[in-house]
Design a protein around this ligand. Sequence first.
Ligand code: FEO
Length: 171
Amino acid sequence: MLEKKMEKAINEQINWELYSSYLYFSMASYFDSVNLKGFSSWMRIQAMEEQTHVKRFYDFVTARGGRVILSAIKAPPSEWKSALAVFEETLEHEQVVTGRINDLMDLSLKLKDHATSSFLTWFVDEQVEEEESADEVLQSLKLNENNPGGLFMIDKELGARSFVPPADITV
Ligand code: FEO
């Protein structure tokens, strides 16, 4: 059984994961508006991945006899001044998420809730990847800051990403 304190903290994280998905869909829409279709596709996949994070938390809360309570999701920004600005915000956002996952882990350890600590390990590892992939694109954009041809090459590369639903997550 999940302690109420832990349940509440995970429900707050579910809201953050939903906000992440919202934010990335908004970024996708910005990229569509400036005709960077590859960037848009990459962001839409990122938004879908965030929804699988929601599902992972949802299933865990339910399996532990808790209740998922959804709350209002704040509106994300809708305009950015460049692709670089978008990826600066993406990396900053993922760093905040990493901090939140670490706080959840700290709480689970404090409560001696070993099942939750074990579950959260997946997210600790995932955040390494999340930060790395955002930073990779950010660094490419910085290298090509004054090179429009480079921007279109990155757009092409990002457009090749495909969404692979995790095998252990069902609808
Ligand atoms: Fe759900 Fe991008 O972390």
